[in-house]
Design a protein around this ligand. Structure first.
Ligand SMILES: *Cc1c(COP(=O)(O)O)cnc(C)c1O
Length: 377
């Protein structure tokens, strides 16, 4: 094997733009090495400008902590039920349990692979009939593809249930001209190492009022009362983003749109070269939706074919991964209530995420395609 062949190709790896170091260096030079400072404020304001002027942004240590605080601020507490898209990463659901509440999982529809509005309404009616009106709904734009915002939010509004929008995978995506991360009563972003932009680890809670943002920051910095000594009337958390990490974020915001176009280019390339094979299906954007194509996912015709492709790629040092295993099929949530139509289980069985980084080179993409074509022929 030659060197090119051996080169590791990652599913989605960090991609620095170049200016990140300047912001981090400035933090060192001014001694803002703390969970506050100009980079935190600057990063929050960059995100706000990108998303929408009427939103407020609290930079936190992770997307998971943002989900935790978001649920708490929506009033979720012990004994409550929270509806949650089943086909997602476990971090969408875990914070529900941190609050002593129970997740109730909702299956997906085929157009976007996200929460199915029919199953959602069936679940809401059934939970209400059983005397357990859900306290909130966690929706997800999976792999960057916007969910059916109009349908889902119409149902949520009718039953007066707030939405926590998990936009961890969809920074840069939009629906009918509005950015993902602006649709929920609260929304979250993630800047983990594999996301479309990264701060090494980080996240943000997006709110629609300054009061809610201030409350989130208060809770995220140990809930200190206004007093000269340390006094606490509420349980707090240590969830605030550091000024070092936020410096990376400020540099990354400068290259976000480039990352989106690179990832969309990956998708277009894969689709162009695999479209002729009836065993491979791609998820097209419904009219009005714009996906950041965080990961390019294919649905193959069978579990066996999916595995053949995954293993052939792994043998050539190329990382690919099955789609998220639905939460209702996870051992840890085996006792959770779920409203299921079979879609997410089928996607898990046949779906594969292909290498999708914004820093992939043409020769990496060519290798992936030639290996998949070899399996298919
Ligand atoms: C990555 C991710 C999260 C968690 O974000 P972290 O920053 O890793 O805590 C939550 N939900 C989804 C859908 C994600 O992909």
């Amino acid at each position: 094997m030659n060197n090119v062949k051996c080169k590791k190709v990652w599913l989605s790896s960090p991609h620095m733009g170049g200016t990140e170091k300047n912001f981090v260096q400035e933090a060192f030079e001014t001694n803002w090495v703390a969970p506050l400072g100009p980079n935190v404020n600057g990063f929050e304001s960059d995100i706000q400008k990108y998303l929408s002027d009427d939103k407020f942004v609290a930079a936190l240590v992770s997307g998971t902590s943002a989900l935790h605080l978001g649920l708490k601020l929506l009033g979720v507490s012990e004994g409550d039920e929270v509806l949650c898209q089943s086909l997602t990463f476990a971090a969408s659901a875990n914070p529900i349990t941190y609050l002593g509440a129970s997740p109730v999982f909702i299956d997906s529809e085929r157009r976007t692979w996200n929460i199915c509005s029919e199953q959602l309404e069936i679940a809401i009616r059934d939970r209400i009939a059983k005397g357990k009106k859900p306290k909130a709904i966690v929706t997800v734009h999976l792999y960057g593809m916007p969910y059916e915002v109009d349908k889902v939010h119409k149902i949520a509004a009718y039953y007066e249930i707030p939405i926590l929008e998990d936009s961890a995978e969809s920074l840069g995506s939009s629906y009918k001209g509005f950015k993902c991360g602006t649709f929920g009563d609260m929304s979250i972003l993630s800047f983990n190492g594999n996301k479309i932009i990264t701060t090494s680890g980080g996240g943000a809670l997006i709110t629609s009022s300054k009061e809610l943002k201030d409350k989130a920051v208060f809770l995220a910095t140990q809930a200190k009362d206004d007093a000269p000594h340390y006094q606490h009337s509420e349980i707090g958390f240590n969830y605030r983003m550091s000024n070092i990490v936020a410096g990376i974020g400020r540099g990354q915001m400068k290259v976000l749109d480039t990352h989106v176009s690179n990832r969309r280019r990956n998708y277009a390339f894969y689709k162009k070269h695999l479209n002729e094979f009836s065993e491979i299906n791609f998820l097209d954007e419904p009219e009005g939706s714009f996906s950041n194509r965080w990961l390019t996912c294919i649905e193959t015709s069978s579990f066996n074919l999916r595995e053949k492709i995954r293993i052939a790629l792994a043998e050539e040092n190329i990382e690919s991964r099955p789609l998220w295993k639905p939460m209702h099929s996870q051992p840890v949530f085996k006792n959770a209530i779920a409203y299921i139509n079979g879609v997410s289980d089928e996607l898990f069985e046949k779906g594969l995420c292909l290498p999708s980084g914004s820093n992939l080179e043409q020769e990496d993409l060519d290798r992936v395609i030639s290996i998949i074509k070899k399996v298919l022929k």
